[in-house]
Design a protein around this ligand. Sequence first.
Ligand SMILES: Cc1cc2nc3c(=O)[nH]c(=O)nc-3n(C[C@H](O)[C@H](O)[C@H](O)COP(=O)(O)OP(=O)(O)OC[C@H]3O[C@@H](n4cnc5c(N)ncnc54)[C@H](O)[C@@H]3O)c2cc1C
Length: 458
Amino acid sequence: MNAPMHYDAIVVGAGQGGGPLSTALARSGRRTLLVEREHVGGTCINEGCTPTKTMVASARVAYLARRGADYGVETGPIRLNLAKVRERKRAIVESFRSGSERRIGATEGLELVFGEARFVGPRTLAVGDRTVTAELVFINIGCRPAPPDIPGLDQVGALDSTTIMELDAVPEHLMVLGGGYIGIEFAQMFRRFGSKVTVIQRGAQLLPQEDDDIAGAVLAILREDGVDVVLEAQARCAERADDTHVRVVIHESGGERAIVGTHVLAATGRIPNTDRLNPKAAGLETDARGFIRVNERLETTAAGVYALGDVKGGPAFTHISYDDYRIIRANLLEGGHRTTSDRPVPYTVFMDPQLGRVGLTERELKKQGRAYRVASQPMSHVARALELDETRGTMKILVDPETRQVLGAAILGIEGGEMMAVLQLAMMGNLPYDRIRDAVFAHPTLAESLNNVFVALD
Ligand SMILES: Cc1cc2nc3c(=O)[nH]c(=O)nc-3n(C[C@H](O)[C@H](O)[C@H](O)COP(=O)(O)OP(=O)(O)OC[C@H]3O[C@@H](n4cnc5c(N)ncnc54)[C@H](O)[C@@H]3O)c2cc1C
């Protein structure tokens, strides 16, 4: 083996935290190595947010094209060209990825190496035939789809969240295992592309972390769109029914039955990429599922080694990985004292209409024994939604009766993610809801409806 090469800092994984961190480290004058085993940009740009939301946009156009007559616009028969949808998706992914690559390439003092890194000792990694060491090591290696433990599934060519976006023809009947946000986004997308879709969900509701009324409203929308959803159903096994069909046997309260479709998508969670990192050699502790243990400053159990993004467990979102980068930058490069505690964790389920979520749910408030009041309003009472003919969904905002501040919000409605961000800002500024109720918002915007939603509280 060659003599180890020494750097000031090594970043493993060019994901949503690792990419910007590597450039910040290099710009601070540290000789930095960025190691990436596949492609710059990580899951978000290549297999996650960017491609899915690009395809969700195509699905929405198909939906609106079919609804043209509702708006007085007559269209002909709608035909979906999935190869074209994929081409558009690939082009956007490629432009985002090459933009990130260019930024990295243009940074003085930063070296990008393609290869898989594996610890061989404290702050020492092997990458191909090189051994590299550094004072500071940052792990940003993310997660990948977890194959569910269902006998026969590996024999029937099950799709995952990455491979489904590479199909060149619309499946006749897609069976989706899992009713989390990834399963839901693909289920509605492929229904709009023209597939028959069946979602098989183990739990009693879709989106298990949400309040049951919100999950119920999501279910109603999917069913209205023609997606079959089977709840409290455990997939037992899968097998080929014939050359083009797959049979999935499910167990429900009524007993066992088979669902036959042409394609299966496994959307049953993600596992960390630590299995090939050899974290023990570096003194890194992981939990039972392989996530790297960190404290609220993102320090691992090994001195000088940090973990950021999905690989540390907890909320797995791009904006969280990016904020992890900001925490490390603040603490190591700017003399700050930032931690992960008390940061908001907003997110949006990009079904249509979107579900924007921030703060606590009603279930969490009940569990904490906290007093709260609920302000709610169906989207069918929102003038802007009526004008757009997009009245599905509801707003649910939880407030503290004493301080009158917003504790949490679920906005299921057209552009629900953007509406949620308005409430997040109010939470960040500790605004009492009266200020939102009496604010002058431009008419007729969706945000303007926040004047009305609180009126019933007083
Ligand atoms: C289908 C889908 C849709 C999603 N939609 C959203 C969304 O709408 N909004 C949102 O916020 N989040 C979304 N996410 C989640 C989001 O993609 C991740 O939370 C985000 O990418 C953060 O990841 P990260 O920075 O931890 O690492 P990643 O982006 O996963 O990057 C990790 C990188 O490390 C590399 N790597 C792994 N092991 C090694 C190794 N040993 N050596 C070198 N390199 C290695 C990988 O190749 C990868 O490039 C979605 C995810 C999926 C799968």
